[in-house]
Design a protein around this ligand. Structure first.
Ligand SMILES: Nc1ncnc2c1ncn2[C@@H]1O[C@H](COP(=O)(O)OP(=O)(O)O)[C@@H](O)[C@H]1O
Ligand SMILES: [Mg+2]
Length: 380
């Protein structure tokens, strides 16, 4: 049998299995229990956070033979047909590739047929913001007087591009980016049931890279499993997804703090010749200084999303940095990141940013000078 990717094998099949979106799933489940079924729903949020999954579960909940019920029987033929995309009553339409008015006209012609097996004809339109204006207008007419057996579920990553006339007819649910810790514990559960041994540092790095998307975290995990097999350490994660070894950021900030211009130029050159993606590197450095700023301003490393070995390092280094300097570094970095996009030779921008940071007069020492001056003034 061919390999089925983790993201598909672990697609939740009940509302309760969708993690990190309890504000949505609980509301939907309650509404179904109370028989309050809407005619149009819109699910918004970033990609890979459970919108399509929730739409399919809602379709099963509505059409379950003993339903509507918040806990559909997924073994039943009706639910199996929905899961496999074979149900005659649940239509999934990709708004990006069916964006023209003709497609919506087709939908309007079909919508009046009664459902064949279930109770409702459910239309799931993904990426609904991609529809053309004419298509939206045709859809609006349907939404104004839909047959009672019709339920629409729209999903979009760009809610601001959906016309207000459509939004006002929908119950809106905003899906959130999934919290780092939620992704971590979900990945750990998956690894346990796949009999994969994975280090905490490695899971953390994958979850960070996924940046709030559960699907991305699972795709990255898949990629690493095919690279390194059943045992995964941080080293494997770094090698296979090309994340930059965090040590380098500490080395750079060390040189910046020491105002070691020669050292910084040598590191820059070395990084450049190693073929590292400079934008990734700058983003990493930005995160590093942001971490440092959080540590310095909170006076503790507790709030940092970093591996234990690194929080020790932040603890050691935080003494050396001043909040004002860190803010100035972050400004230099974000400006450089913007400039690098258009630069003919991004390397020069990168190098210049490092030099600027290393040459910046440290706020700490200025403070010390001012203090000394104040002392001198006081002397008679
Ligand atoms: N909230 C979640 N809880 C558990 N798994 C999730 C969640 N969100 C996404 N996934 C995983 O990612 C895959 C894709 O999710 P999907 O619902 O298609 O995302 P979206 O439609 O928001 O882009 C699912 O098959 C599942 O494995
Ligand atoms: Mg989707």
């Amino acid at each position: 049998m061919s390999y089925v990717v983790i993201a598909r094998r672990y697609r939740p099949q009940q509302f309760a299995d969708i993690v990190g979106q309890e504000h949505v799933t609980r509301t939907l489940a309650n509404a179904i229990s109370n028989g309050r079924i809407g005619q149009a729903y819109i699910f918004s949020g970033p990609r890979g956070v459970g919108k399509t999954t929730a739409a399919r579960i809602l379709a099963m909940a509505l059409n379950d033979e003993n339903g509507p019920t918040p806990t559909p029987n997924i073994e039943s033929p009706i639910c199996q047909a929905i899961i496999q995309g074979k149900s005659m009553d649940v239509m999934e339409i990709d708004g990006a590739s069916n964006r023209r008015i003709e497609e919506i006209r087709n939908l309007r012609e079909n919508i009046n047929y009664a459902p064949t097996e279930g109770r409702y004809r459910v239309y799931i339109i993904d990426e609904v913001h991609m529809l053309t204006n004419e298509a939206f207008n045709a859809l609006l007419k349907t939404l104004e007087e839909p047959p009672s057996h019709a339920v629409f579920i729209f999903a979009t990553t760009e809610i601001h591009r959906v016309p207000a006339t459509i939004l006002s007819r929908c119950q809106r649910f905003d899906f959130k980016r999934i919290a780092l810790n939620t992704i971590i514990s979900h990945l750990k559960t998956i690894c346990a049931s796949e009999k994969i041994e994975i280090d905490d540092d490695a899971v953390l790095q994958i979850a960070k890279k996924a940046d709030g998307s559960m699907r991305d975290s699972q795709s990255i995990l898949d990629q690493i499993i095919s690279f390194s097999g059943q045992k995964i350490t941080l080293n494997e994660v770094e090698q296979s997804i090309g994340v930059i070894n965090q040590e380098i950021f500490f080395e750079i900030s060390d040189k910046i703090h020491g105002q070691d211009l020669k050292g910084i130029l040598l590191i820059a050159r070395e990084l450049f010749t190693s073929g590292i993606d400079l934008t990734e590197l700058m983003l990493g450095l930005e995160e590093h200084f942001r971490n440092m700023l959080v540590a310095v301003s909170m006076g503790s490393v507790e709030l940092l999303d970093v591996a234990d070995s690194f929080s020790e390092k932040y603890k050691e280094q935080m003494e050396r940095f001043d909040e004002n300097d860190l803010v100035a570094y972050l400004n230099i970095l974000s400006q450089t990141l913007a400039e690098m996009k258009w630069a003919q030779q991004p390397y020069l921008k990168f190098e210049l940013a490092l030099v600027k940071m290393a040459k910046m007069p440290a706020a700490k020492s200025i403070e010390q000078i001012l203090e000394k001056m104040a002392l001198l003034k006081k002397k008679p």
